[in-house]
Design a binder for this molecule. Structure first.
Ligand code: ATP
Length: 190
């Protein structure tokens, strides 16, 4: 089985994330793809994301009715800083025969050697690099391996969405209507 693992803060999930998931499944023949929201990203130490509960709720709304995609709440349940290697170990233990692909934004590739237990991580998963507009494509630092996705670079980010909500601008087309409604109902990012 080919399994995609897509970690992020998802604060909130947006169409950029969804298009990337679709591209990964189509281009690499993934059987399933798990969205794994982080409790606290090691790369965003100063920022406090929206609550685990509401980020999870938005992911479930965004992915409703699409059986190939799942939400895995293990990093939220563990709490604290979320390290990819801990999550990958869990998948290796539960699914020893699966081929694991970890999705990352192009902005993270050069920093992979700084990730916790980098050697073990590099041996455990292949990385699928998500193109982002304005980010040059760079080679993998050894011993990391993987491939570049082609589709679908979209200039949308969660921070841009939070800023638009704060400015009173609509975000429905960037998140989809269900997530936009949840943002309003929970009075997020005001
Ligand atoms: P923020 O703006 O708050 O930093 P973000 O939109 O980058 O958030 P994350 O949840 O941190 O969202 O993203 C998870 C992963 O998806 C990261 O590896 C990020 O690089 C990638 N990503 C996010 N948005 C896009 C996009 N529009 N196109 C391609 N990759 C994206």
């Amino acid at each position: 089985m080919k399994l995609g693992l897509y970690g992020g803060t998802f604060d909130p999930v947006h169409l950029g994330h969804l298009l990337v998931a679709q591209a990964a499944c189509e281009e690499f023949g993934l059987d399933r793809l798990c969205f794994i929201p982080a409790a606290q990203s090691p790369f965003k130490p100063g920022s406090e994301p929206a609550s685990a509960k509401v980020r999870l709720q938005m992911l479930r709304l965004a992915l409703a009715g699409q059986p190939r995609y799942e939400v895995d709440a293990q990093e939220l349940t563990r709490g604290g800083v979320s390290y990819t290697v801990d999550t990958v170990r869990d998948y290796r233990r539960r699914l020893p025969d699966a081929q694991l692909f970890w999705l990352i934004g192009a902005d993270h590739v050069t920093k992979l050697p700084l990730w916790r237990d980098a050697e073990e991580l590099a041996a455990s998963v292949e990385f699928l690099v998500i193109p982002r507009p304005g980010e040059p494509s760079v080679p993998f630092p050894a011993p990391f391996r993987g491939a570049m996705l082609k589709g679908f670079p979209l200039g949308v980010s969660s921070s841009q969405i939070r800023a638009r909500v704060k400015a009173g601008l609509p975000v429905d087309l960037l998140t989809g209507p269900a997530v936009a409604e949840a943002l309003r109902a929970n009075r997020l990012y005001l």
